[in-house]
Each structure stands twice: as C-alpha cells, then as structure tokens.
Design a protein around this ligand. Structure first.
Ligand SMILES: [Zn+2]
Length: 188
C-alpha cells in the first residue's frame, strides 16, 4: 500500500469499519502522517476487455467514468448522471456473465446511454470512440443534430451544437444572441 501523498509503504490502521462492499480502513502514513482510506473487498472474477488490437486489460470503471466525464463536460446534466451511467454499464457488463468483452461492445453500450442522455455528449464520445473510422455514420449523426426537428426550431440552437462539438462554446450561452459589438469607427 503506497501513501497517496508521499508514496511511503508504511502505515497504521487508525479505524476499521465494515461497509456494504467490504472493509473500509482509515490509515495513517508513518512517514508523512497524512491519512487515507483503503477498501478491502472480495475479489470477484475480473472482467477482461479485449481491445481493438487484441490485447487484454482489466475492465476499469474509473477509466469509463473519466471518458464519460470528458464527453459530458459542461453539459447541463443532472448531478449524478455520469455516476449512474457508469454504474449501469458496469452492472450490465457483469450481468452478461462473461469473462471477456470486446471493447467495442462497451463502446456501443456507452453510446446507447449517451444518445438518450445528451446528444452533444454522445457525439463527443462517438467522435473519440469511433476515431472517425466510421466517418459516414458519424456524419449522419451530426446531420441529424443539424436537421431541424420542428419548423419552429431556431437555427441558433442548432448551430450551438456544432460549436460545442468543436469546443468553441466555452463562452456563456446567450451572449451570442446579442448584437455584435460595434467597432468604433474613426471619423475624420
Ligand atoms: Zn505519506
């Protein structure tokens, strides 16, 4: 066990508590004196992910959570939505009862969830995940975003999707609706 602050391996347990999924221990580093928490739980069979190139790696929920967080950055989602999606996918994967799962299956599961959650997050994830190999279906998705769903839809909203995708929509929304600032023209 390495101290997350100084990497030392010596620690003492200052508190130990049973929790739902294992034993939670509060440890104190003997070197720097800072405290950290460890969990001890029963090892269930690790799920292996088969990557595109054939290599295997252990399924890592944190990694899934990170890519979800990136895809959902600055999107107006309810608090906890990302955790929920990550939990659901993990449960779904273990529900499959398989020891190994191709990474593209996980990618599809994520895209299914994101599609229903937030279109922009979905497109962002798809653009990374599909790596533009599937350029045609990616284009279809973007086109679908741009297509007005109703006749009354405003083009500014549709455009803001595109800006989000390109990462240009970091400025507060709504400002762009205003008239462009007049550049003072010098009069002779
Ligand atoms: Zn330490």
């Amino acid at each position: 066990m390495y101290c997350p602050f100084c990497n030392d391996t010596s620690s003492k347990v200052v508190e130990s508590r049973d929790s739902q999924d294992g034993i939670r221990r509060r440890r104190e580093c003997l070197r720097c004196g800072l405290r950290y928490t460890t969990y001890e739980r029963v090892q269930t069979k690790a799920l292996m992910v088969i990557k595109q190139d054939g290599r295997r790696e252990v399924f890592n929920k944190d990694k899934l959570w990170t890519s979800l967080t990136k895809a959902c950055a600055k999107r107006p989602l309810p608090i906890g939505s990302i955790d929920k999606v990550a939990d659901e996918i993990e449960a779904q994967l273990s529900g499959l009862g398989r020891a190994e799962i191709p990474s593209n299956i996980i990618g599809e599961l994520v895209m299914d969830r994101l599609r229903g959650l937030d279109r922009v997050a979905y497109i962002r994830f798809a653009s990374v995940y599909r790596d533009f190999r599937d350029i045609e279906s990616f284009r279809e998705e973007v086109d679908a975003l741009l297509e007005p769903r109703e006749t009354s839809s405003t083009p500014t909203n549709q455009l803001s999707f595109l800006e989000d995708i390109d990462g240009f929509a970091l400025k507060p929304k709504g400002r762009r609706r205003g008239r462009p600032k007049k550049v003072p023209t010098e009069t002779a």
